[in-house]
Design a protein around this ligand. Sequence first.
Ligand code: NFS
Length: 678
Amino acid sequence: MPNPQSRSADPAAREMLIRAAELGAKTVWDRHDDLKPLCGFGELGLCCDVCYMGPCRIDPFGERAQVGACGADAHLIVARNLARAVACGAAAHSDHGREVVEVFRGAAEGGSASGYAISNPEKLLALAAEWGVPSANRAERQVAADLAARMAAQFGLQDGPLVPLLRAPAEQRRRWQKMGIAPRGIDREIVELLHRTHHGVESLPVALLRAAMRAALADGWGGSMIATDVQDVLFGGPMAIRSRANLGVLEEKQVNILVHGHEPVLSEMLVAASRESDMLALARQAGAEGINIAGICCTANEILMRQGMPIAGNYLHQELALLTGAVDLMVVDVQCVMPSLPQVAACHHTKVVTTSSKAHVPGAEHIGFEAHDAKRTAREIVARAVEAFGRRDPARVHIPRHRMDLVAGFTNENLPHYLGGRFRAGYRPLIDAIASGRIRGVVAVVGCNTARICQDSHHLALVRRLLAQDVLVVQTGCSAIACAKAGLLRPEAAIEFAGPGLQEVCAAVGVPPVLHLGSCVDNSRILLVCSALVAEGGIGSDLSELPIAAAAPEAMSEKAITIGLYAVASGVFTAFTPVPRVAGSRVVRQYLEHDVERETGGRFLFTNDIEEAAQGILAHLDSKRKALNLAPMMYQNGVRSNGSGAFRAVSTYVPPAGLASLGCGKAQERSQLRPPEE
Ligand code: NFS
């Protein structure tokens, strides 16, 4: 069998890959190997299939066809393919946003009959004020209904401005206006982008890339941001919370339900149903000690952030989890769900259930999940899982022992409290730490796993490298899960991995050096943290002036390129690995990796080499620090740069205030950690 070490950096995954071979099960890695060599034209972005004269393939060596049948050259074909991916990524995130807005509207209009309630009235009122919805002397439900209607209207808006866009720094918005890429409406930008990629419409590659940025912005500052806000209103604003990650969170003696996908509308309701006494009694009758819900992918991040539910794994763990034989039921909604799951599940008794009217999988049972009937459906799914538990064969169960403690649940709203305490809440302590040279900068490391790269290896290599250079890392998505599994989301990781300056800051305020900010739609929270840094003042007047950067070290999904593009459009230097399908066009690369910087302030670094990505990011942070005339870094290679002696690791380091005793708690102990009092 292929060497598991080359497939994953995660010991649990390696163990399960051996188990997969024993079971004779094919996984994503095997199927990926079966496809090799991958199509070189496709990899370069040089295959065009937008009309039925083709597919046309441009010869990268210049010996054969240099244009498609219609006359489109390599640059147009590459740009068009990229633009289509961006449209799809923006559509996925934004449709998620629309879905939760509809549930929000149902909760407002139908009250508890909808099965959902407003659990965060403070955020509801804050949003109402921002969106111009009157709230004085009005019932909460009326306010919520008006707000939901205004949010829903953003999708079909024709002439903008998108309300959340106004949260961006003024200078950034000025750049977008000047470039003509301020989104006019969420759906409009996605539809227009698709229109322009139709055969014989937009033939200027750079114009297409700008249109793609416009759609991407409509995602980041529109659909995704609305999704995050509404989820916070419906399910509660996250607080720092402890939990555990990796396949070892599966419980041998409990009914194990895995939730996989993206929209917390489903997963939150399942968590609630699994805690009901009659459901627990049902599980006990079946011989189980309880019901254990764990997550895969972004829905895992959602229920982790708000409920402390454990994470079973990231994207490449979805099949491996099923191979344990300990999962009784996996329930999925939308996005990043492999169609192979029912075949893999067939190795054991495991049931796969689809729930979204938009996403059916052959071989899975479909139990339609309607918001107005959510509780009943969630209970039905839990009951099916209990039933399946009765068919589990304990002799075939193989749960890797690996699981890791973590702290998650940071947001743009609660970070000021963790950083500055109740009486000094704000971003000033972080800005001071950056300005004084304790922290080099802030880098968002986000995105997926891909079978092209040894699972988690790039995430871990990059994050560890950045931490050692005193970079504060913020994370979302499968990247956050990769780091969680490796222990980087524990406060103690500051001692183990952070440079001395960052370690001092983490010790002072008691946060891990890697902050988990949620799912991929929650990248919007990262945009808002950056905007808040600008608003606080002192380190730049728009995002492009800040010592910040982003990276997607193991990008797989179209959503990832959309996120990368809205980061670049928002002024952020973004390292993207592996190189997306742009290598076939020098014009596209030149624009996205260089020229765009003059327009938005941000740019891409496309590379397959994670060390090159790390060096590019560090050089970028240093150039921004220099431009802002910030103090030199306080420590160089562990030595205080003023010559006052070598830094000694604080071995007695005790994370203060609430984050202090983040040892491995019992699964039931999901106490939320409050921000420090002072
Ligand atoms: Ni993001 Fe989440 Fe993971 Fe990639 Fe898929 S789960 S929305 S796309 S694979 S990070």
